[in-house]
Design a protein around this ligand. Structure first.
Ligand code: HEC
Length: 188
């Protein structure tokens, strides 16, 4: 009788241990899974998709322009002795390389609907202080290849941009490069 009880107890203990082990393993798996999920969530929350909003004061159609095709390979430095768009500049266009340079060489004119955005960081500053935009809309200005020119400025990192000049003041210089559709910066 005593032996049978002992045997029974032993079997019970082994069964219990086994169950405990099994469930512990399961628990480990669950923990691991939730840790993996947590890691994914953590990554998602710390790298959220960049919101595509225009800088304050700028029209919505240039929201996210820094993700467009950049024409210049290196930032364009300020021009010594007077820079029409003073600062360190980058120029973007809402077209693909294949569209504007189908055989590797840039073709002109730009297609209807093209938007060229230039931003400039003023010398000594660390925020974009100037945005110049050229928008091509068929029929709006046939004398200037249907480009509409407009320029915005601001004087603080958190300030809104406001319009400083458009069209007429821009034509004289940009007409110098009429042969390449009024856009000085060529695709590099
Ligand atoms: C005094 C000459 C001059 C005037 C005036 C001028 N620009 Fe420019 N612009 C340039 C030059 C030169 C470049 C290219 C080199 C650079 O960015 O420094 C340029 C570049 C640009 C670019 C980038 C595309 C490109 O052509 O390379 C835009 C957009 C632009 N200008 C818009 C404007 C607008 C809008 C106005 C009027 C409010 C204007 N510009 C007036 C000389 C001028």
């Amino acid at each position: 009788m005593k032996t049978r009880t002992r045997n029974l107890l032993a079997v019970l203990t082994i069964t219990l241990l086994f169950t405990a082990c099994a469930s512990e393993k399961q628990l480990e798996e669950i923990i691991q899974q939730s840790e993996e999920e947590e890691t994914t969530n953590w990554e998602e929350s710390t790298h959220p998709e960049e919101p595509v909003v225009a800088l304050p004061g700028l029209p919505d159609d240039v929201a996210g322009y820094t993700h467009w095709l950049k024409l210049n390979a290196e930032p364009i430095p300020p021009v010594a002795g007077g820079d029409p768009h003073n600062g360190t500049k980058n120029v973007y266009v809402n077209q693909t390389r294949d569209t504007i340079a189908p055989n590797g060489t840039q073709q002109f004119p730009y297609p209807d609907g093209s938007i060229v955005v230039k931003d400039a960081t003023r010398p000594g500053k660390d925020y974009i202080g100037l945005i110049a935009i050229m928008r091509k809309t068929a029929g709006t200005d046939p004398d200037h290849n249907d480009w509409k020119f407009i320029e915005y400025v601001r004087n603080a990192a958190d300030a809104e941009f406001s319009v400083i000049a458009q069209d007429r003041v821009c034509w004289e210089c940009h007409a110098q490069v009429e042969d390449i559709d009024y856009v000085f910066t060529e695709l590099e």
